[in-house]
Design a protein around this ligand. Structure first.
Ligand code: ZN
Length: 254
């Protein structure tokens, strides 16, 4: 009986995610197993008979676009859930502060931690581990169950940043994120120099993806942090709007 129920859930999830990105089989190491342990009595993260997880990956590409004047929010519906969440919190991450803009390790790590704390403060859950790791070898795009943040070049000069999220096909639990800030842009503190791409501003947006929020592109949602475009000088995404908070709390509680 129990087996039949689990099979039914698996089929339903498979049908729902039929159009998602191509999946792949990844060995599930012990560390990741612990990190991604599903809560009791919930649909479990299933493994193949040989002890692997089937993972799917989604990439969020953040494009540059000159901003029109931000419109006031009229609705509470400017959020979109990816349908994937972390099975256990808080999330730890490793940040590689190396950059070509002369930004200090202190600037990069404290701005990023402030972005993480901005999301933390909007829910009772402790989303991100305050004790992050500084790792000058942390690299974007390697599926290794380490959440890695770095600066690096990206092929498309119009791409500000990209965040990749890996999750289990069955159970839809996040197991990893990686984040890249495109060195094609000049990064820094745009509240001091508006010609710069604001690091804290973009980091806050990208961190929204890492907890399960998708981009918004509709013109009525230009003011929210999860709006899909940014430009140099923008700092409005450093703080969350009501819709961002409502989306977050749908997943992790008020
Ligand atoms: Zn985005």
């Amino acid at each position: 009986m129990k087996t039949k129920i689990l099979v039914a859930i698996g089929l339903a999830v498979m049908l729902l995610s039929f159009s998602a990105a191509a999946s792949m089989l990844i060995p599930a190491n012990e560390n990741a197993r612990n990190n991604a342990r599903a809560p009791e009595k919930s649909p479990v993260i299933s493994e193949t008979p040989t002890g692997e997880w089937e993972l799917e990956r989604v990439d969020f590409i953040h494009y540059a676009k000159p901003s029109s004047a931000a419109k006031p929010l009229r609705t509470d519906t400017c959020y979109k859930l990816m349908g994937v969440t972390w099975p256990s919190l808080p999330v730890s991450y490793a940040i590689n502060p190396s950059n070509p803009d002369g930004l200090t390790e202190e600037f990069v790590t404290s701005a990023f931690a402030l972005s993480a704390e901005t999301w933390d403060a909007a829910t009772s859950a402790e989303l991100f581990n305050d004790a992050y790791t500084v790792d000058y070898t942390a690299a974007y795009g390697v599926q290794d169950y380490q959440n890695s943040v770095e600066f690096g070049s990206y092929g498309n000069a119009n791409v500000i940043a990209v965040t990749s999220v890996w999750y289990t096909r069955v159970g839809r639990k996040i197991v990893e994120f990686d984040m890249l800030f495109n060195t094609g842009f000049a990064w820094g503190d745009a509240s001091v120099n508006p010609a710069l791409m604001d690091f804290q501003n973009i980091a806050t947006h990208e961190l929204g993806h890492t907890v399960g929020l998708a981009d918004l592109y509709t013109s009525s949602c230009t003011a929210v942090t999860m709006y899909g475009y940014s430009t140099e000088g923008e700092t409005s995404k450093r703080t969350l709007e009501r819709s961002d908070v409502l989306g977050l709390q749908k997943m992790y509680g008020a």
